[in-house]
Design a protein around this ligand. Structure first.
Ligand code: ZN
Length: 314
């Protein structure tokens, strides 16, 4: 079990307000909430705003379920970098006697994990992961590569917390760019500025900063340092609740990490196809919804008219 991180006083109070107003619905597990109608109304409104902002890039749209073949997670080395965040799926694999014993133990809330074995599925930890093998399977990309709008899939992170902005299961609105290194780097920089403008247009005090992923362990600290020094990751930050601003969007330049793993190439005039580079951006839709509720109040209908107009909230 991952260690539970309690929220501070401000985060705890905000969570109680959200639950009290019916915006979040408690499940009994920290970081896992149902959502009320008004919460979803805002989340969908921002999702549509991202779609409109990206329309000019004419992305190809794809959608994937929130589970991933276990082999994909193994191939990309996720368990080296983030073993503490992964969630894998186990299921019953036994006979009738074992089923009866499992049910008996479960009815007493005792440990029944001994009757479970690992399936071929893990919970998706990042919404862009299924895109890379899907694109690789087509063979070399045409010059210019491809932009994929991967929609807003649920992703899982094993980090129970009392901070309502740190969820275990949330929607990541991802767009992926795959192509020549220069084109990918330019796309990432364009979207970084576009995302800040987008968040400011709905009244959020957003700014970006260089960031690193929460890599695991001692070797992880080295990875984090090199990611920062090469400016491979940017985050857009907004104050929600608590002392520090929270990352509500991130921009990751993977260089040839995914294209090398899956063999993604891009045609370059008449010559041999070249290794592609990849980058992705992800908006944390729940965090943005929470930031909007924190900034403009819990009554969505009482928000400033300009914000409701920008979000096309009827
Ligand atoms: Zn991604």
């Amino acid at each position: 079990m991952a260690e539970y991180r309690p929220g501070d006083a401000e985060q705890t109070a905000f969570l109680q307000e959200l639950v009290g107003a019916g915006l979040l619905i408690e499940s009994g597990i920290p970081g896992v909430y149902g959502r009320g109608e008004q919460f979803e109304r805002v989340r969908w409104a921002f999702d549509r705003l991202v779609t409109r902002a990206g329309d000019g890039d004419a992305p190809e749209r794809m959608a994937f379920p929130p589970v991933l073949p276990r082999r994909q997670l193994e191939r990309i080395g996720y368990l080296n970098s983030f073993p503490h965040l992964a969630g894998s799926l186990f299921s019953f694999d036994g006979d009738e006697d074992q089923a009866a014993e499992q049910a008996a133990r479960a009815s007493r809330h005792e440990d029944w994990s001994g009757f479970q074995s690992q399936t071929d599925l893990v919970l998706t930890p990042a919404a862009c992961y299924p895109v890379y093998p899907a694109v690789a399977a087509r063979g070399p990309l045409p010059p210019g590569g491809v932009t994929v709008d991967a929609g807003g899939s649920y992703v899982f992170r094993n980090e129970p917390s009392g901070d309502p902005a740190r969820l275990q299961m949330f929607h990541q609105r991802e767009i992926v760019r795959i192509g020549e290194p220069d084109a990918v780097a330019a796309w990432r920089d364009t979207w970084r500025d576009r995302a800040v403008a987008l968040l400011r247009s709905v009244g959020l005090d957003a700014g970006f900063d260089v960031a690193n992923d929460p890599f695991f362990g001692r070797s992880g600290r080295l990875l984090a340092r090199s990611q920062r020094s090469q400016e491979l990751k940017f985050e857009v930050l907004v104050q929600i609740a608590g002392p520090e601003p929270t990352a509500v969007a991130s921009f990751n330049y993977h260089q040839d990490h995914f294209s090398g793993t899956y063999g993604i190439t891009v045609r370059n005039g008449g010559g041999e196809p070249q290794p592609a580079h990849t980058a992705c951006l992800g908006f944390g839709l729940e965090r943005i919804t929470l930031a909007l509720l924190r900034t403009h109040g819990l009554d969505v209908d009482a928000w400033p008219a300009t914000v409701r107009e920008e979000l096309a909230l009827a």
